[in-house]
Design a protein around this ligand. Structure first.
Ligand code: ADP
Ligand code: ZN
Ligand code: ZN
Length: 758
């Protein structure tokens, strides 16, 4: 009966708005003539689905001329007549589906503003109460499946929070129709976390921001501005890397390049990391371009975000400044994309789909035939590698545009402190400098990087760190089992009793909390005012801001903090910064440890001496010979890069390979580890069958967080070149898993180049 099937007309391909992998394909429907006339790619339609006569929403993704199908059901109605995406954005979604191993439906949800049509809720509050997921997304997915029937309202809330890091409770109620008690119930079950967020003021008070004129560029700036503008004008799909220390005038370069783009009637997207999207940043752009600037920030209420989307879609904004997801801004005549602080890890989404904004930016730039500008003071090794290779064009701004000097940094050898009998977390040098600062009424920041989960094992006498024999990654100490594991390959050994290097007994796991530091500092300096800022004391972004205001206004002497104090702060009276244990970042169980440390130490040191007075930075460590610290102290990125890239090459880490993580979670550890081993073996067999495929399969081994909410976590890693063959192999494996009976209680998540191995 082929002939009959061919005659079917008005065929519409629909993707069902459901997250289950089994439904991840295009379903065909027909439409009555009148409706078909109105249909467009990107519209939301309501369709009958399955045998039970359920009615579900879906997205129109295809309108084929003809298809070999029959017995098609009819689309019931059009839900949103305004398309949510065009064919270009659909192509972006298909890319995400492929590269993030997610369903097309979840990719579509990621690019569209949640709750299209949301009512605007205006409040004058300084903070909004909202929620975010308290659990990992793989777990959320499995809960979602069980909750959907019993408590559909709760399921909708989970779905919404899977797509958004944070949603105001008023928005949750409005968008899902759920009641406050449904939110409460999820809170009590530990699935979602209540949070107070500082409201990000929007719309911007455009008339209150003073207009600025372009500054006369320095010769280096001019070269970059001219070349980027030229590439934009000629429609060259080039990637530029703008490398320059903080304050070297990079923003001024974007502003002038964007201006030339706007003059030709085109638009631009500027991505900035969440912590950098401050009122000052907004003012820089609004000051130059006025009301034509739209701001996309996750701390806008969904209603406000939706308003900004509408403005962008209608062509009322030509410059979109925003965080990671702003890369999906529906500008139709893109002329330039800028990504500031391109090395920031927050550009990689943690939730499904775990996309990297840089990859999306490259794809969109390619679609429009336009340039992409990446900028940073400490570029990612990957980007700098491509720039050195000549794949990207490199511009360097070597000096600060204003006169202020970089602080003087000094490395303090903590091994000598131990020999001298000092067991405090503060070295004698640092105590001395803090005392100086107290006398002169200048402020001090003490920085302690603390992730809280993983600790490495090192020798306090000689600085030796236990590393995996196979991966050269520091081994992670598991307290309750008293052994060490490599989170790349799963290699496990007991703790050494004495240091293999020097024989000292002072070899043990490393870890100090901010609380302990606070106690010590208060004891040492009883007359000083001390403030602590970490996840425990902030608990929400509002108090984060409050603590900083207090620090500045009340002239608090000493601020002790974690990552939160590292970036963006600009207080003229801070003249001393102490990095208490540089080792904590240096020995992250991650091949990017060096890169992260370099970035962090340079940033932290940059907090000192922002004003007239000269700043000092003291970096305490048990590994004073580390090349990373040495170059960070000298602020010499080029030298750091040269040495680090050779390490990456020798050990085969990105950019010389790609890493895929396969994370398996389940509540029966034995069965889980057996299943993980089976999958790993299958992958090994596959790669052997195909000897052209240069893949190394590592593991399985327990993840850094071996158990969350009573679920065990095992990981398999693949090191390889990311080619389609490997992706297809992983795809097939994922599909097989979803068909296996184990998929009922084991969830599987594939991620390309993950940020961390948690
Ligand atoms: P970055 O983005 O690299 O941190 P900015 O563009 O913010 O640097 O510039 C740092 C400071 O220097 C700003 O106050 C800016 O106004 C100023 N500045 C930048 N370029 C020039 C210039 N060509 N002439 C004078 N001042 C400049
Ligand atoms: Zn030793
Ligand atoms: Zn290993």
């Amino acid at each position: 009966m082929w002939g009959d099937a061919m005659k079917v007309k008005n065929i519409v391909g629909v993707v069902i708005d459901r997250m289950s992998p089994e439904l991840d394909r295009v379903f065909h429907y027909t439409a009555p003539d009148e409706m078909y006339e109105m249909l467009e790619i990107g519209m939301v339609v309501r369709v009958p689905f399955g045998r039970g006569g359920a009615v579900i929403d879906g997205y129109v993704v295809d309108m084929p001329e003809e298809a070999e199908v029959k017995n098609l059901k009819e689309i019931l109605s059009i839900v949103s007549p305004e398309p949510l995406f065009d064919t270009k954005m659909l192509a972006v979604c298909r890319m995400m589906q492929k590269e993030c191993f997610c369903t097309l439906a979840s990719a579509i949800r990621a690019i569209t503003p949640p709750g299209s049509g949301a009512r605007r809720e205006r409040t004058n509050d300084k903070t909004i109460t909202g929620s975010s997921l308290a659990i990992g997304f793989d777990e959320a997915f499995s809960i979602l499946e069980t909750v959907r029937k019993k408590a559909p309202a709760q399921a909708k809330i989970i779905e919404l929070l899977l797509q958004n890091d944070f949603v105001a409770n008023a928005d949750i109620r409005f968008l899902t129709g759920a009641s406050q008690s449904a939110i409460k119930s999820l809170e009590q079950k530990g699935i979602i976390l209540p949070q107070e967020m500082e409201v990000f003021r929007n719309p911007v008070e455009y008339d209150k921001i003073e207009r600025t004129m372009p500054l006369a560029p320095t010769p280096e700036q001019k070269q970059a501005i001219d070349r980027i503008s030229e590439a934009a004008e000629k429609g060259e799909n080039r990637i530029f890397l703008l490398h320059g220390v903080t304050g070297s005038g990079k923003t001024e370069v974007f502003l002038q390049a964007i201006e030339s783009v706007i003059k030709r009637g085109k638009s631009a997207i500027v991505l900035v990391p969440e912590i950098a999207l401050t009122p000052q940043t907004v003012a820089r752009f609004v000051g130059r371009f006025g009301v034509r600037v739209a701001i996309l920030h996750s701390r806008l209420s969904l209603g406000e975000r939706h308003d900004e989307y509408k403005r962008i879609k209608r062509g009322q904004a030509d410059v979109v400044v925003g965080v990671r997801s702003a890369i999906f801004a529906p500008l139709s005549n893109l002329g330039l994309i800028v990504m500031d602080e391109e090395h920031e890890t927050s550009y990689k989404a943690e939730n499904v789909p775990a996309y990297h904004a840089r990859d999306i930016a490259k794809k969109r730039a390619e679609q429009y035939g336009i340039p992409l500008v990446l900028a940073s003071a400490t570029p990612s090794l990957e980007s700098y590698f491509h720039a050195k290779n000549g794949e990207y064009e490199l511009f360097t701004l070597p000096e600060r545009a204003n006169e202020s000097k970089m602080p003087e940094a000094e490395i303090v050898d903590m091994r000598k402190e131990l020999v001298g009998g000092n067991r405090s977390v503060l070295s004698a040098r640092l105590k001395e400098e803090i005392a100086h600062n107290l006398e002169r009424k200048e402020q001090t920041i003490l920085f302690l990087n603390r992730r809280g989960f993983s600790t490495f094992v090192s020798c306090r006498n000689c600085g030796y760190v236990v590393r995996c024999e196979h991966c050269n990654i520091p081994m992670t100490y598991h307290k309750n089992k008293n052994f060490m594991t490599c989170h790349y390959c799963g290699y496990t050994t007991p703790n050494p009793a004495v240091c293999p290097e020097c024989g000292s007994q002072y070899i043990r796991h490393f870890g100090t909390g901010t609380q302990k530091v606070e106690e010590e500092v208060k004891e040492l300096f009883p007359n000083a005012t001390v403030l602590r800022m970490d996840v425990d004391t902030t608990g929400g972004k509002a108090s984060h801001q409050k603590i900083l205001e207090q620090f500045e206004k009340e002239k608090i002497d000493i601020l002790i903090g974690t990552q939160m104090v590292a970036k963006g702060l600009d207080f003229p009276n801070v003249t001393l910064v102490g990095v208490l244990a540089a080792d904590l970042t240096l020995n992250l169980d991650d091949f990017r440890a060096g890169e992260r440390t370099f970035d962090l130490v340079t940033q932290v040191c940059g907090r000192a001496g922002r004003g007239e007075k000269k700043g000092r930075a003291l970096i305490q460590t048990y590994q004073p010979e580390s090349h990373v610290l040495h170059y960070a102290k000298q602020q010499d990125f080029g030298a750091f890069y040269e040495e680090e890239i050779e390490l990456r090459r020798a050990l085969s880490y990105p950019p010389f390979c790609d890493i895929f993580s396969v994370l398996l979670t389940g509540n029966n550890e034995q069965a889980l580890s057996a299943y993980a081993a089976k999958i790993a073996n299958q992958l090994r067999m596959e790669t052997l069958k195909n000897d052209g495929m240069n893949v190394e399969v590592l593991g399985p081994g327990p993840a850094v967080l071996g158990k969350i909410n009573n679920k065990y976590r095992y990981r398999i890693l693949l090191k390889c070149e990311a080619n389609d063959e490997v992706r297809n192999m992983l795809y097939a494996m994922q599909k097989k898993h979803h068909q296996a009976k184990e998929s009922k209680w084991i969830s599987l998540l594939i991620e390309a180049n993950p940020n961390s191995m948690l």
